[in-house]
Design a binder for this molecule. Structure first.
Ligand code: EPU
Length: 327
């Protein structure tokens, strides 16, 4: 990465005096890992965010938009550019429709909707980070997926340099995928459609989801959630090597043509494996933990080790779910 010049930094900061310099990304991410962002800006309003990207582009400053930092691994050297954090957390609700700005927290939104008796988004309570990030990666858990509730997504299209709104079926959603991962867009807000229902039943469902999460996922540790996507396949042939080693593949996984990455890692006995202070959770094989003071290099080393073992021994290529910055 080329170092930013003082002139580039000063030009950006002249437009955005609240921007910080050399801000530790370890303090901004759930993993608590990462060197400094040369410039860091919290964008309180979506308009500031769009303007900040324009100013960065004019000054040839590399830029990166982050949501809540829940699914992000930043290099130990940091990022030689500007990191812009979405902080427009507005939500407006009208009948069964909700407009959620990209910076609002998915878990808080889920609780807010449930309290109002707007049902169908309870699963969102288990998703860390912001709605912008959840839309970008079509986040999901406990049977729900972001795309289920979406009517449309408003974006800033960086290719067209214009605000563009996409209807749900134009968003290219699939398992942990959207068109926004493939084409440069900034997600600004999303319109959701819920169902009118019973608030107390909805809140009960939220409690159940939280309890399930507590049982099956590590708690209280620094982690970026699931490290890899689950493995989806079309043709049973993809399981040929795996079948030689593992006889009892859970029927649920075969039915959905989706093998849990955590389960695969568990089957190889890799839970608890450690490099430096990075560890594969002893509780769930797809969670990587920072035990305190882990470096990004440790995480990458551990992630490569897991990928190689799963590829060599089970014939399956795992794909990263976590976003990488500064590598
Ligand atoms: N399993 C094991 N060993 C493990 C982990 C899981 O045998 O170490 C088994 C479980 O017993 C279960 C199956 O694998 O039978 C599936 O596990 P789980 O229910 O925990 O779900 P998952 O497929 O591993 C997905 C999402 C999670 C989400 C949970 C809960 C992905 C990559 N992961 O995990 O999302 O919280 O379902 O619904 O899609 C995330 O995206 O960051 C994330 C954590």
């Amino acid at each position: 990465m080329n170092k930013l010049t003082d002139q580039q930094i000063e030009k950006f900061v002249a437009d955005f005096p609240s921007a910080g310099r050399d801000v530790s990304m370890a303090g901004k991410t759930f993993l608590k890992i990462g060197g400094p962002a040369r410039i860091f800006l919290t964008a309180e309003k979506n308009e500031d965010l769009v303007r900040a990207v324009k100013v960065a582009k004019q000054n040839e400053i590399p830029w990166y938009i982050m949501g809540g930092g829940s699914n992000l691994l930043v290099s130990d050297d940091g990022f030689e550019g500007v990191v812009i954090q979405m902080a427009d957390r507005s939500v407006s609700i009208d009948g069964t429709k909700a407009i959620a700005f990209a910076g609002c927290f998915t878990g808080l939104l889920a609780r807010d909707l449930a309290k109002r008796g707007l049902v169908g988004f309870e699963w969102g309570v288990g998703v860390p980070g912001t709605i912008g990030g959840a839309v970008y990666g079509n986040a999901g858990c406990f049977g729900g997926e972001m795309k289920d509730a979406i009517v449309s997504v408003e974006t800033y299209d960086l290719t067209e340099d214009a605000i563009v709104t996409y209807k749900k079926d134009e968003c290219g959603f699939s398992y942990r995928e959207s068109r926004f991962k493939r084409e440069p867009h900034i997600i600004l807000k999303t319109e959701l459609e819920l169902n009118m229902g019973d608030a107390s039943a909805s809140l009960k469902k939220i409690d159940e989801i939280m309890a399930k999460r507590k049982d099956s996922q590590p708690q209280g540790a620094f982690s970026a959630g699931c490290l890899f996507k689950n493995f989806t396949y079309e043709d049973e042939g993809a399981l040929e090597i795996l079948r030689r080693k593992i006889e009892n593949v859970p029927p649920e996984m075969l039915k959905n043509k989706k093998l849990g990455a955590g389960w695969l890692i568990d089957m190889l006995g890799l839970k608890g494996t450690q490099i430096g202070k990075a560890q594969i959770s002893p509780v769930h094989g797809n969670f990587l933990l920072n035990l305190g003071g882990a470096r990004a290099q440790d995480v990458l080393g551990l992630s490569s080790l897991v990928k190689m073992r799963v590829r060599d021994e089970l014939g399956i290529m795992l794909e990263d779910e976590v976003q990488l910055l500064g590598f």
